[in-house]
Design a protein. Structure first.
Ligand code: FES
Length: 186
């Protein structure tokens, strides 16, 4: 009966240690993953932010000059329109804004967001009644304080931060949720 002898080839790598090639492969993989995360996360963020509605640059909290107070008749709303550049992700667009400014006299000024608090229709000035009216469902607002005089709006017109410096009126434009009794900034 012939005896068989098993031949084993001695390994050049001690058991439990990794070879030079394996080490290089692991090292390259780790470095690649680090570089990919450094470069990739901002790129992914750039592409998905607009889809998530994240605005990267808005002029949300900037004071905008409306004009000189002496140009605004007392007790009557004046419509001020302006445009600003808004950047959302890769989109750059010109946004038109409207503010209703009321010179209350004695240097006091009130500014309103133009959206009706019911469903957001843009209010207009009814010159005869001197009220701010919604064209959609009969909402009527008092000029002096924005209070609801008629119709379904659940709260007064939304006032905006306003200041008068050296006779110049400035306003910070903001939007608010419509259809709620509470004034909730968007
Ligand atoms: S949107 Fe103004 S009353 Fe409905």
């Amino acid at each position: 009966m012939a005896n068989t002898i098993a031949h084993t080839t001695p390994s050049s790598t001690p058991k439990g240690a990794i070879g030079r090639r394996q080490f290089m492969a692991y090292g390259t993989g780790v470095i690649g993953a680090v570089i990919a995360s450094i470069v990739g996360i901002p790129i992914i963020n750039y592409f998905i932010s607009p889809a998530l509605g994240h605005s990267q640059a808005t002029a949300k909290s900037e004071w905008k000059e409306m004009g000189v107070i002496s140009q605004f008749p007392v007790g009557v709303p004046t419509k001020v329109e302006y445009s600003e550049i808004q950047k959302t992700g890769w989109e750059v667009a010109e946004a038109r804004k409207t503010v209703w400014v009321v010179n209350q006299g004695n240097g006091q000024v009130t500014a309103y967001n133009p959206r009706c608090t019911h469903l957001g229709c843009a209010v207009y000035h009814d010159e005869k009644a001197n009220t701010l009216n919604s064209p959609c469902h009969g909402g009527v607002f008092r000029v002096s304080d924005g209070k609801v005089l008629a119709g379904p709006p659940p709260r007064a017109l939304d006032t905006l931060p306003v200041k008068v410096e050296n006779g110049h009126i400035s306003v910070i434009y903001k939007d608010f949720r419509v259809g709620t009794t509470e004034k909730i900034e968007l």
